[in-house]
Write a new protein. Structure first.
Length: 483
C-alpha cells in the first residue's frame, strides 16, 4: 500500500475504471447541471427537479437536458488525469464509469480524450454503488478491473476490483479500503480546510454594509441605542449578503470559470464542493432572518425586499443591460434605508438622491471594469452579461455623468436649511464636494486604464488615493460640525 501511484506491469491485465464526481472532477455533475439549468432558466431547473419522482437517474437525465454545462472549464483533478495518462502509456485500457448522466459523461470524455469506454446513468438505472459493482463485474469480470473512486459507496465496487485507487479519501475510508484484502493505492489526502468557506462568504464585501451606520452619523444620533441597533443591522446584512454571494457564485459558475480572476473562487475552482454551497446559502439566510426579526418587523421587511432584489439580480437582472446597473445602485441604497429603519433616524431626501446617483456611478464603474477586462482578453462580449465591448464608451460616460450629478446634489444640499441646523460651519463642507469631484474622475480614469478591481468599493479601501480622499472628506465633515 502506497500514497504514490504504482507503475506496475499488471496494468495491461486490468481495465482502469474511473469515477467522475469527486474523483476525476473536483465537483459533482448533479449539482453542476442543476445550477447550470438554474442560470439558464430557473423555472426549467425547478421543472426538471420534478423528475425525481421517477428516480435519481431520471432527475440526472432531466437536469442534463435542461442544462448547458461548459465541460471545457470544469475543475478537473490534474493528479487523476496524470495517473490515467500514465496508465494508458503503459498499455492499459481505461473506462469512465460514473453515476452522472451518460450524455454529460460522453461530453467530458470527448473533451479529455483519455478513455476507451464511457458508461453512465441512462435515465432509468443509476450507475452507483451496487449497480456499478454489478456492471463492472459483468462487463470485465471479478478482479479484472482497477477502480478509482472517492466515496463510501465505492466500497461495494472496490470489493470486486483487482486494484483499489482512492482519491482524496478520508482516513476512515482509507482504512476500510485497506481491509478489503486488495492492493490499494492512495492518490491525494483529504484535508480539512475552512479557508474556502470563509472566502465564499466574501467578508471583504461586508465593507459595503458600513452604509447602515450612515443615517445615524449624518443625523448626529450618536447614542448607544442607535449604534447598537445599527450594529445588529450590519451583522444581519452581512449574513444575508453572504448568502446571496454564495447563491450568485453557484449561478455564475460558467462565467466565473471563464474569468481570469474569478476562476479562483472556491466553487468555480472546485476547492469547495457545490453541494455544500446550497446548504450554506440557506443557513446564512436563516441566521440573517432571525437577527432581522430581533431588530424590528419593519427592518425584517426591508431585508426581505433586499433579498428579493438580490435574488432577482442573480437570476435575471444581471443579464439585462442598464437594468442591472439600476438594481445594483438600488441595493447600495437599500443599506442606507435599512440603517435608517434600524436606528429610527428619518432619512433625508437629499441623502437618498445623493446615494442613488453615486451608487449608480459605482455600479457603472463595475461594468466598465468588466468590459475593459473583456476587451483585453480579445472577446466581443462579457460572459453572462448583456454588454458588448463596443458599449464601453457609453458605460464610462454613464459612470462620469451620474457621479457628477451626485456632486451637484451634494452642493445643492449645502444650501438647504437642514445643513445650518446640523453644522456650525457649513461652508467647510464644500471641501467634500471638491474631494468627491476629484474621486469620481479618478475612479473612472483608473478603470479606463484597466487597474480597477472587480468591485469599486473594495478597490477604494485598498487604493491609497481613495483612502486619502476618504480621510479628507471625513475631516471636512468634522470641521463643519465643530463650533
Amino acid at each position: 500500500m502506497s500514497d504514490a501511484p504504482v507503475m506496475g506491469a499488471a496494468k495491461a491485465d486490468l481495465v482502469l475504471a474511473v469515477d467522475l464526481d469527486g474523483t476525476l472532477l473536483k465537483s459533482d455533475m448533479l449539482y453542476e447541471s442543476f445550477w447550470s439549468a438554474a442560470t439558464k432558466d430557473w423555472r426549467t431547473a425547478l421543472a426538471a427537479v420534478k423528475a425525481l419522482s421517477g428516480g435519481k437517474a431520471a432527475l440526472k437525465r432531466a437536469l442534463a437536458d435542461a442544462s448547458d454545462v461548459v465541460v471545457e472549464t470544469l475543475p478537473y483533478n490534474d493528479d487523476v488525469i496524470d495517473y490515467i495518462r500514465n496508465w494508458r502509456a503503459a498499455g492499459g485500457k481505461t473506462a469512465l464509469v460514473t453515476a452522472s448522466d451518460q450524455g454529460l459523461a460522453n461530453r467530458i470524455a470527448a473533451h479529455l480524450d483519455l478513455f476507451d469506454e464511457v458508461h453512465g446513468s441512462d435515465g432509468i438505472n443509476n450507475l452507483k454503488g451496487d449497480n456499478k459493482a454489478t456492471f463492472l463485474t459483468d462487463r470485465y469480470g471479478a478482479k479484472s478491473y482497477a477502480y478509482m473512486g472517492d466515496h463510501e459507496a465505492d466500497l461495494l465496487v472496490w470489493a470486486g476490483a483487482g486494484r483499489v485507487i482512492t482519491v482524496n479519501a478520508p482516513a476512515d475510508l482509507r482504512a476500510k479500503a485497506a481491509g478489503l484484502g486488495v492492493e490499494v493505492e492512495h492518490l491525494g489526502t483529504a484535508e480539512t480546510d475552512y479557508k474556502p468557506y470563509l472566502k465564499a462568504l466574501r467578508p471583504h464585501q461586508w465593507l459595503k454594509n458600513i452604509l447602515v451606520f450612515l443615517p445615524m452619523l449624518l443625523g448626529h444620533q450618536l447614542n448607544f441605542a442607535a449604534f447598537f441597533t445599527s450594529f445588529l443591522a450590519f451583522c444581519a446584512f452581512s449574513l444575508v449578503a453572504s448568502s446571496v454571494y454564495v447563491l450568485n457564485d453557484l449561478l455564475d459558475l460558467a462565467a466565473d470559470r471563464a474569468h481570469p480572476r474569478k476562476c479562483k473562487r472556491p466553487f468555480a475552482s472546485g476547492t469547495l464542493p457545490i453541494a455544500h454551497g446550497t446548504g450554506l446559502a440557506g443557513g446564512l439566510f436563516a441566521a440573517g432572518f432571525v437577527l432581522s426579526l430581533l431588530i424590528s418587523p419593519l427592518f425584517l421587511f426591508v431585508m426581505l425586499c433586499y433579498y428579493a432584489m438580490t435574488t432577482g439580480y442573480s437570476l435575471y437582472f444581471k443579464r439585462r443591460m442598464v437594468i442591472d446597473i439600476c438594481v445594483l445602485a438600488g441595493l447600495y441604497t437599500m443599506r442606507i434605508i435599512a440603517g435608517g429603519v434600524a436606528s429610527s433616524v428619518p432619512l433625508s431626501v437629499w441623502l437618498l438622491a445623493f446615494s442613488v446617483f453615486l451608487f449608480f456611478s459605482l455600479a457603472a464603474v463595475k461594468r466598465q471594469a468588466e468590459l475593459v477586462d473583456t476587451a483585453k482578453a480579445g472577446k466581443l462580449s462579457t460572459s453572462g452579461r448583456g454588454y458588448h465591448v463596443d458599449d464601453l464608451s457609453i458605460i464610462s460616460q454613464m459612470a462620469l455623468a451620474s457621479g457628477y450629478v451626485s456632486v451637484l446634489v451634494l452642493a445643492l444640499y449645502m444650501n438647504s436649511p437642514q445643513v445650518s441646523l446640523l453644522y456650525s460651519n457649513p461652508s467647510v463642507l464644500w471641501g467634500i464636494c471638491l474631494v468627491l469631484l476629484f474621486w469620481v474622475s479618478w475612479i473612472v480614469m483608473t478603470t479606463h486604464r484597466g487597474e480597477m478591481h472587480d468591485d469599486p468599493i473594495v478597490f477604494a479601501v485598498k487604493d491609497r488615493i481613495s483612502r486619502i480622499c476618504g480621510l479628507l472628506a471625513v475631516g471636512f465633515a468634522i470641521g463643519g460640525a465643530l463650533s
